[in-house]
Design a protein around this ligand. Structure first.
Ligand SMILES: *Cc1c(COP(=O)(O)O)cnc(C)c1O
Length: 398
C-alpha cells in the first residue's frame, strides 16, 4: 500500500527532496504512525516544529474554534488574535515591533529588508553590505539563500541579492576583517541548526553586540530553529544576555500552521519599514495567530521550558555515552533539545536503519545525526530512543 503512494507521489511532486520511504498518517504525542499502522518514536518533530507533540487536543480545539469564527481577513484590517499574539511575543522577547510572515524564509527576507531600509534612511546609498556566517542556514528564497553559508545551496541560483560577505562563526576576527562603512547588518543563527549544530560562543556574541553598537550595525539573530524554548530559554539569545536589533522566529511558533515573524526594537521599527514598504497576504491571519496564542498558553501551562531544562541534560548524557562507546561517533554538540552527534561517515545509513526499527531521526549536513524532538519528551522517551539508536549504531560497526 505504502509503495503505491510513493510511486504516485514521485510521478506528480517536483523532485526536490530525497524523501524517507514512508507515508505518515497520524500522530499521538511523540509518536507517529504510517498508513500501514507502523509506529515511530519521533525525534524530529517536523524539523523542530511540533514542539507540543501531536494530537494535542487543547491546541486542536483552539484552531477549530478559530476556523468557525474567522480564518482570514487581510492585513488592511486589524484582527484580535494577531494583536494578542504580537503583544505576547513582545512580552516574552522584549522586542518592540512584530511583523507576521508565513514561513521562516519570509521572516528572514523581512529582516534583510528592514536592515537595508534602516541603512538607506541614514545615508541614501544602495550599496550596503551584510555579513553572514559560513555553515549558516536561513532559508530557500533568494534573499534568505543569499545569506545562507552553504555554497552548494547557492551555486546554481547566483547571482543572489549581492553585497553579502561570509565570516566564520565564533571567529570575531573574521567578522572584523569584513566590517567597513558599508556594513549595515550581521546575521547569524544563535545556534546553527542545519549547518551542523554549532552554538554561538558567548564571547563571540557579546563581541558582535559591542561591534554593532559602536558602528550602528544591526545585529540580526535567526531564532527560527533554536528559538521557542528549544535550548532552554524562550529564545536562545536570552541565555547569553545579548539582545538583537532584529530577530526571526518560525518553526515551533505555530506548532504546525505556517507562521513566522520578524521582530525589532523600537529604534529599528521607527526608522526602517513604513507603510507601503512591505506586506504579505496571509501573514498573521486570525487562524495562525490563534495557533500562536494557544502555543504560548500551552508552553506556560505545561511548563515546556522547565521540561527542556530537565530532559536536555539527560539526553546529552546518554548521547555522550554513545560517543564513548563507538569509535566512529566522534562528538556531540548542541544546546538544549537541539543536539547533534558527529560521525566519521555519512549519517544516512544509520538514520535509515533507525527508521526501520521505529525511530525517526534526521541529519544535519552529511555526517551529523540531529535530534530536534518535541519539547514534551520525557527521560523515558530518551531511553527508548537511545535503545534503538544504539542497536542501529551497533549494526553500523559490524
Ligand atoms: C528552517 C529554517 C529557516 C527557513 O524556514 P522555512 O520556514 O523553511 O522557510 C530559516 N532559518 C533557520 C535557522 C531555519 O532552521
Amino acid at each position: 500500500m505504502m509503495q503505491e503512494y510513493i510511486e504516485e507521489a514521485e510521478k506528480v511532486l517536483l523532485h526536490t527532496y530525497n524523501r524517507y520511504q514512508i507515508v505518515l498518517d497520524k500522530g499521538e504525542g511523540v509518536y507517529l504512525y504510517d498508513i500501514e499502522g507502523k509506529k515511530y518514536l519521533d525525534f524530529v518533530a517536523g524539523i523542530a516544529v511540533f514542539a507540543l507533540g501531536y494530537h494535542n487536543t487543547a491546541y486542536n480545539d483552539a484552531l477549530k474554534a478559530q476556523i468557525d469564527k474567522l480564518i482570514h481577513t487581510s492585513n488592511y484590517f486589524y484582527n484580535v488574535p494577531a494583536v494578542e499574539a504580537a503583544k505576547r511575543l513582545q512580552k516574552i522577547s522584549g522586542m518592540d515591533r512584530v511583523f507576521f510572515t508565513n514561513s521562516g524564509a519570509e521572516a528572514v527576507e523581512g529582516a534583510i529588508k528592514a536592515a537595508r531600509k534602516y541603512a538607506w534612511l541614514k545615508d541614501g546609498s544602495t550599496d550596503h553590505e551584510i555579513i553572514a556566517m559560513e555553515h549558516s542556514f536561513h532559508g530557500r528564497t533568494m534573499g534568505a539563500l543569499s545569506v545562507t553559508g552553504n555554497p552548494h545551496y547557492r551555486e546554481a541560483f547566483e547571482p543572489g541579492i549581492g553585497n553579502i560577505r561570509f565570516a566564520r562563526m565564533n571567529d570575531l576576527e573574521s567578522v572584523l576583517a569584513l566590517v567597513n562603512e558599508k556594513t549595515c547588518a550581521i546575521i547569524l543563527e544563535t545556534v546553527q541548526g542545519e549547518g551542523g549544530i554549532y552554538p554561538a560562543e558567548e564571547a563571540f556574541l557579546k563581541g558582535l553586540r559591542t561591534l554593532c553598537d559602536e558602528k550602528d550595525i544591526l545585529l540580526i539573530l535567526d531564532e527560527i530553529q533554536c528559538g521557542m524554548g528549544r535550548t532552554g530559554s524562550m529564545f536562545a539569545w536570552q541565555k547569553y544576555g545579548v539582545k538583537p536589533d532584529i530577530m526571526t522566529a518560525a518553526k515551533a511558533l505555530g506548532c504546525g500552521v505556517p507562521v513566522g515573524a520578524f521582530l525589532m526594537t523600537e529604534k529599528v521599527g521607527e526608522a526602517s519599514l513604513a507603510a507601503g514598504d512591505h506586506g504579505t497576504t496571509y501573514g498573521g491571519n486570525p487562524l495562525v495567530c490563534a495557533a500562536v496564542n494557544k502555543v504560548l498558553d500551552l508552553f506556560e501551562e505545561n511548563h515546556i521550558i522547565e521540561n527542556v531544562g530537565r530532559v536536555a541534560p539527560y539526553l546529552e548524557k546518554r548521547l555522550d555515552a554513545l560517543c564513548k562507546k563507538y569509535d566512529f561517533v566522534k562528538t556531540r554538540r548542541g544546546a538544549g533539545l537541539l543536539q547533534g552527534i558527529v560521525l566519521d561517515r555519512p549519517a544516512m545509513p544509520v538514520i535509515k536503519r533507525a527508521m526501520e526499527k521505529g525511530l525517526i531521526l534526521i541529519n544535519a549536513g552529511t555526517d551529523i545525526i540531529r535530534f530536534v524532538p518535541p519539547l514534551t519528551i520525557t527521560k523515558e522517551n530518551v531511553d527508548e530512543m537511545i535503545g534503538i539508536l544504539d542497536t542501529a549504531l551497533a549494526e553500523e560497526s559490524d
